[in-house]
Design a protein around this ligand. Structure first.
Ligand SMILES: [Zn+2]
Ligand SMILES: [Zn+2]
Length: 350
């Protein structure tokens, strides 16, 4: 089979490798959709910058996989051949405190924690091995491309929004309208947010947020953003803010444009932020949350809600590529002039 590797010089290498055989508790998936994440570009594609959980160990890339089981190894207890599944993208040890809570992202076992597409082979190949315990059932109402979007992006956003508890009382500010920002807007709509304001620097992304009806207003990033958001919200600011940009200035904007008693969650990774604790959070009784990926149980809950809401995350995929064209997919994603970018197979490509 063909698999895609990222040598770390802004190129993609395709190699022929043997189709793996599932061992005990493992399944072999026929890949159907595999989306590209901002973290693939940030930590792997241009240069292998990641350390620890973000260290890339020269494996088949792709940590947002969705496919169909073609073979179940011995000892599988729930899933079997023919089933459609999402892969929760970090395989934890399964028995540490964090794994037992479903947060395999935070697995503390140095020996057993391995993320797909980082430390073990991921979804940018025709077939992929996954552990049964990492699988989430994909309902028939959702496509494989919907599922790939859940594997990392939508799951991560859902977790963050659960932490700050979005409701119909809230105006929400989203800083950064890349795939994670757009997913935030899509979920905030379904959670009932009253008004959704987005900020970005890339014109294409701002336009996409408006065209898809995800944001009510968009602002180009600038020094007057806080004043503009306050003016849009009766002078007080938004009740909730979500940073999806990882940009220093945008994070400060998210904090300062949030009103008294408001909540802010940081999803964007890397970078820094500078703010003045007393005027910016303490005196206004604000709370800043950090949120990293999600748990297997919350991912299952999200999948159920997506069906109830008739929300299809694949609608945020603006470009689909065949595996042979995977190099074009990564270079487009690196340009930022797109929504979500996916490598697709079979029915997902037609
Ligand atoms: Zn990701
Ligand atoms: Zn663990």
């Amino acid at each position: 089979m063909t698999g895609a590797y990222l040598p770390g010089n802004s190129t993609v290498e395709l190699k022929e490798v043997a189709v793996p055989a599932p061992g005990h508790g493992e399944v072999l998936l026929r890949m159907k959709a595999s989306t590209i994440c901002g973290s693939d570009i940030r930590c792997i594609y241009h240069e292998h910058l990641g350390k620890g959980p973000e260290g890339y160990q020269g494996v088949i890339a792709g940590h947002e996989p969705c496919g169909q089981i073609v073979k179940a190894g011995p000892g599988c207890r729930r899933f079997g051949e023919g089933e459609r599944v999402i892969v929760y993208h970090i395989s934890g040890c399964g028995v540490c405190k964090d794994c037992r809570r479903g947060y395999m992202i935070s697995c503390t076992s140095e020996k057993y924690r391995r993320a797909y597409g980082w430390q073990r082979d991921g979804g940018m190949a025709e077939f992929m091995l996954a552990e049964e315990k990492d699988l989430i059932h994909l309902p028939h109402d959702l496509s494989y491309a919907d599922g790939a979007q859940v594997a990392c992006g939508f799951g991560t956003v859902y977790e963050g929004l659960e932490k700050i508890a979005i409701s119909g009382n809230h105006a929400v500010l989203i800083t950064g309208l890349g795939p994670v920002g757009l997913a935030t807007a899509a979920l905030c709509r379904k959670l009932g947010a009253r008004r959704i304001i987005g900020i970005d620097v890339v014109q294409e992304r701002m336009q996409l947020a408006l065209d898809l009806g995800l944001c009510d207003e968009v602002l180009p990033s600038g020094a007057d953003n806080v004043a503009a958001v306050r003016a849009m919200t009766g002078g007080a600011g938004v009740e909730r803010a979500v940073d999806c940009s990882a940009n220093d200035m945008a994070r400060a904007t998210a904090i300062r444009a949030t009103r008294k008693w408001g909540r802010i969650v940081f999803l964007g990774e890397g970078g820094r932020v500078e703010f003045n604790p007393s005027p910016d959070i303490i005196h206004d009784q604000k709370t800043i949350f950090g949120s990293w990926v999600t748990s297997t149980w919350l991912m299952e809950e999200l999948v159920e809600r997506l069906v109830q809401w008739n929300l299809h995350p694949a609608e945020l995929i603006t470009h689909r590529f065949a595996l042979e064209k995977v190099a074009d997919a990564y270079s487009l994603m690196a340009s930022g002039k797109c929504g979500k970018v996916a490598v697709c197979f079979d029915e997902e490509l037609r």
